[in-house]
Ligand binder design. Structure first.
Ligand SMILES: Cc1cc2nc3c(=O)[nH]c(=O)nc-3n(C[C@H](O)[C@H](O)[C@H](O)COP(=O)(O)OP(=O)(O)OC[C@H]3O[C@@H](n4cnc5c(N)ncnc54)[C@H](O)[C@@H]3O)c2cc1C
Length: 417
C-alpha cells in the first residue's frame, strides 16, 4: 500500500489516496469491509475523477488471467486484464471483443463499470450486454451474478462506476472475425445537418460508424464532418488474420501538445488541413483493426506530462428531435474554449443497466484543453441554455458535474427500487 496522487486521463482533478494492489477476492473483501471511502481503479482511462477517492483507498485488482477461448467465442477473463491483453490473445485466434472503446488501454472491469460503447453501438449495444456472467466482490465476499442470478446486482453493475462492488472475473462472448483488417468508407460532409442526415438514414448499413466534426467552422459550414464507416458483413475473407499489419498504431487524433499550443488559431489550422486531406469519398480502403478502432492511444502508461489537461464534454441526446438538437449545436460554439477534437456517434437502444450512459439518439464528445476553472463554468453553460431534455451525461468522461446535477441522470423509471 502506498500514498499516491492519482488523476483521470484528463488530469483535471488530482487527489491523494492510499493505493492498494490486490490479487485475490478475499483481499478485496477485507479491504472493502475495512474502509469507508474506497473505490476500484482500472487503468485510469476515465477522464474525470471516477476512479479516485480523496483521502480514501483506491483498489487496483491484479486478477487478470485470460482463459482459453472456446469454439463459440466464450472466454473467462480476469477483470484486471486490459482490452489490449485480450486483443493480443483473441485476434490471432479469430476473435474480437464485441465492443471496444476508442482506446485498448482499459481493463475489462473498467469497461463493464462504465458500460463502454464503441463505433458499433447502434448495432451491438454497449459492452456489458455481451457479458454472460461476472464475479463481484462486496464486503460480504464474492458472488457470481448474471442476467438470471441476482439480476439486480448484475444490472446495477453495468455502468455502475464501481459503486456496487469490485468485479474480479468476467465471462464474455467474443465476435468471430476472419481478418485483422477492415474496409473503411470515408466521406466528407459540408455541415452537421448533412452528416447527421446521412447517419440517420445510412447507419443501418454499417456495423461501425463515427464522424469527426470541425467545431471551428460557422454558418453554412457549421460542423463540417468526416464520416468513417465499416460494414463487416460485406467484408471479404481475402485478408488473412496474420497479415502484414500487426497491431499498427495509428496517429490520428493524437494530441500531445502543451496546453498553450491548443488555441483557436492552431485548432482551426489543424482542422482545415485535416478536412482537406481527407478524401471527399473513398470506398473500402483496407485498414488494420488497430488503426481503425484505436487510433489515439497505444501505451499503457499514464498520459505524458506534456499532453494537455483535457476536459471532455460528453452527453447523450435522445432521438427526438432526430435532427441536430440545441444541446449538441450550442457547445460547438464555445468561443475561446475551442474543442480540438469532436466526435459524433449515433446510439442504438440502451442497455438495461439503470446507470448505463448510452440511450437511443446521439452522442457528441468534445475535447477541450483545460486551462482554468472558467472553462469548467463555461462548459456548464450549454446545459443551462439548452436543457438536456431527457439526455444523459457520461460519468466516465465528465469532470464538471456538480452536486445535484447528476440527479437527472437516472430517470425514476430506470431506478432500481
Ligand atoms: C483515448 C480514450 C478514448 C476513449 N474512448 C471511449 C469510447 O469510445 N467509448 C467509451 O465508452 N469510453 C471511452 N473512453 C473511456 C474509457 O473507456 C472508460 O473510462 C473506461 O471505464 C476506462 O477503463 P479503466 O480500466 O481505465 O477504468 P478507470 O478509469 O480506472 O475506472 C473507471 C470506472 O470503473 C470502475 N472500475 C474499474 N475497475 C473496476 C472493477 N474491477 N470493478 C468495479 N469497478 C471498476 C472505477 O471505480 C471507475 O468508476 C475513452 C478513454 C480514453 C482515454
Amino acid at each position: 500500500m502506498s500514498r499516491v496522487t492519482l488523476c483521470g486521463w484528463g488530469r483535471t482533478s488530482p487527489s491523494v489516496a492510499t493505493l492498494d494492489d490486490v490479487s485475490s477476492e478475499s483481499e478485496i473483501a477485507i479491504a472493502l469491509a475495512s474502509s469507508r471511502a474506497i473505490i476500484a481503479r482500472g487503468l485510469g482511462r476515465s477522464y474525470g475523477d471516477a476512479a479516485q477517492v480523496s483521502g480514501g483507498t483506491v483498489l487496483r485488482s491484479r486478477i487478470g488471467d485470460i482463459g482459453p477461448i472456446d469454439d463459440q467465442g466464450v472466454v473467462l477473463v480476469g477483470a484486471g486484464a486490459s482490452l489490449d491483453e485480450l486483443l493480443s490473445e483473441s485476434i490471432p485466434q479469430g476473435w474480437f471483443p464485441p465492443v471496444t472503446p476508442g482506446t485498448r488501454q482499459v481493463t475489462i472491469g473498467g469497461a463493464i463499470a462504465a458500460d463502454v460503447h464503441g463505433k458499433n453501438h447502434h448495432v451491438d449495444g454497449s459492452f456489458a450486454r455481451h457479458v454472460i456472467e461476472m464475479r463481484i466482490v462486496t464486503p460480504g465476499g464474492g458472488a457470481t451474478v448474471s442476467p438470471s442470478v441476482d439480476p439486480e446486482l448484475f444490472l446495477a453493475t453495468m455502468g455502475g462506476m464501481g459503486l456496487t462492488g469490485v468485479i474480479t472475473a468476467v465471462t464474455l462472448k467474443l465476435l468471430r472475425i476472419e481478418t485483422d483488417q477492415v474496409l473503411v468508407d470515408t466521406q466528407r460532409f459540408p455541415n452537421l445537418d448533412e452528416v447527421m442526415s446521412e447517419m440517420t438514414h445510412g447507419d443501418e448499413n454499417f456495423r461501425y460508424s463515427v464522424a469527426w466534426v470541425d467545431c471551428m467552422t460557422r454558418g453554412a459550414h457549421l460542423g463540417r464532418s468526416i464520416l468513417t464507416a465499416v460494414n463487416t458483413r460485406a467484408q471479404t475473407t481475402s485478408n488473412l488474420l496474420h497479415s502484414s499489419h500487426p497491431h499498427r498504431r495509428g496517429s490520428r487524433f493524437l494530441f500531445d501538445a502543451p496546453n498553450g499550443l491548443l488555441n483557436p488559431l492552431t485548432i482551426r489550422a489543424f482542422n482545415e488541413a485535416w478536412f482537406r486531406s481527407s478524401p471527399r469519398l473513398q470506398l473500402a480502403k483496407p485498414e488494420s483493426i488497430s488503426s481503425f478502432f484505436h487510433p489515439s492511444t497505444g501505451s499503457r502508461l499514464e498520459p505524458p506530462v506534456r499532453s494537455p489537461r483535457i476536459l471532455q464534454y460528453r452527453s447523450a441526446c435522445p432521438k427526438v428531435p432526430a435532427t441536430p438538437c440545441a444541446e449538441h449545436r450550442t457547445p460547438l460554439i464555445f468561443g475561446p474554449f475551442a474543442s480540438f477534437l469532436a466526435v459524433l456517434k449515433r446510439f442504438g437502444p440502451s442497455s438495461p443497466g439503470p446507470l448505463s450512459f448510452p440511450m437511443p439518439g446521439w452522442t457528441l464528445a468534445l475535447d477541450l484543453a483545460h486551462r482554468s476553472a472558467s472553462l469548467t463554468r463555461s462548459a456548464r453553460r450549454p446545459r443551462r441554455d439548452g436543457p438536456l431534455g431527457g439526455g444523459r451525461i457520461y460519468l466516465a468522461k465528465d469532470a464538471r458535474l456538480s452536486r445535484g446535477e447528476d440527479e437527472g441522470h437516472v430517470s425514476p423509471a430506470r431506478r432500481i427500487p
